[in-house]
Write a protein that binds this ligand. Sequence first.
Ligand SMILES: Nc1ncnc2c1ncn2[C@@H]1O[C@H](COP(=O)(O)OP(=O)(O)OP(=O)(O)O)[C@@H](O)[C@H]1O
Ligand SMILES: [Mg+2]
Length: 240
Amino acid sequence: MNLKTLIEVRDVEKRFGGLVALRSVSMKVRQGSVIGLIGPNGAGKTTLLNIINGLYKPDSGTILFNGHDITGYPPHKIALLGIGRTFQVVKIFRGMTVFDNILVPALRFYKKREDAIKRVEWLCDFFEIQRIKDELASEISGGQQKLLELARAIVHDPQLLLLDEPFYGIHPELKTKIINYIKRLNEELGKTFLIVSHDMPSIRTICDGVLVMHAGEVIYEGTLEEARKSKGVLEAYLGV
Ligand SMILES: Nc1ncnc2c1ncn2[C@@H]1O[C@H](COP(=O)(O)OP(=O)(O)OP(=O)(O)O)[C@@H](O)[C@H]1O
Ligand SMILES: [Mg+2]
């Protein structure tokens, strides 16, 4: 097993006015693992992803990627270092074709247009979206839009992928496919995942472990099975 820490968050605090969204959060994700980030609504899961990819700056604390301090770096710089990201509400160019949606970010990372096009073709093959590549992003299903966003997120071949609710509202058949793509990206290409989801069956299927958040804190780290037996986790979900 790979023991190298890929991403580490140390004592991060994030406030929005009087609201403390993250309260001294510390966590680590090892290279090559698939970790589920779970917890009730408003726990701070999305905020933690936003802190890691630089969308938000922490009020205090440190973020280390590959042992390198990236605290305060802007999102594009963090992306270049090797972190990809999808959003709870899909971010794609609705008026563009599926192919162009992936080509736009590809052109930012590849100097030669032909290399960018090659990369997009590879991604269309991998995610089996060749059939819909000329369709407008606004015309494909919500699940396919999530898949397209995933393709966009890995266009620059990042080591770490932060996925926010990748299974929400997706047709079961496509969900199974997306789970398999994530597994292949992890097992065949060594990608590391931090996946926010409320979908416990999917989390159980793909994750090596979970981090449970509640009220801005990481309250549990371990297996999903053990988390379900933890008194603190049960109380967080039941609102005791
Ligand atoms: N930009 C913001 N401005 C003000 N408050 C915010 C902002 N982003 C998040 N919050 C607040 O921070 C807390 C944590 O929100 P966050 O979105 O991280 O939760 P979450 O765990 O992702 O929840 P969900 O499962 O519902 O997506 C919430 O109280 C939320 O209202
Ligand atoms: Mg969220």
